[in-house]
Design a protein around this ligand. Structure first.
Ligand code: TRP
Length: 72
């Protein structure tokens, strides 16, 4: 698998990394909970077309670094 990896580092407890399915239906298929400082390294795959991050985290991708924020 030659897909780029994305790296998500949680900056607070309870950050959710949610995988959404590829294909006609776009549904949640996996939810991973990260606590502050924890890192998840993931790829887009045959099954995963999108990733939603909920909570404060730093996301490293081939397009740069993005900071997600907590809902105020
Ligand atoms: N079983 C999933 C897949 O192969 C695992 C996965 C890959 C995943 N990338 C992800 C889960 C990103 C959540 C977020 O597609």
């Amino acid at each position: 698998m030659s897909q780029d990896y994305i790296v998500i580092q949680a900056e607070e407890d309870g950050v959710h990394v949610i995988g959404l399915t590829r294909g006609t239906d776009t549904k949640f298929h996996h939810s991973e909970k990260l606590d502050a400082g924890e890192v998840m390294i993931a790829q887009f795959t045959e099954h995963t077309s999108a990733v939603k991050i909920r909570g404060k985290a730093q996301i490293h991708t081939a397009h740069g670094v993005i900071n997600s924020e907590t809902k105020k």
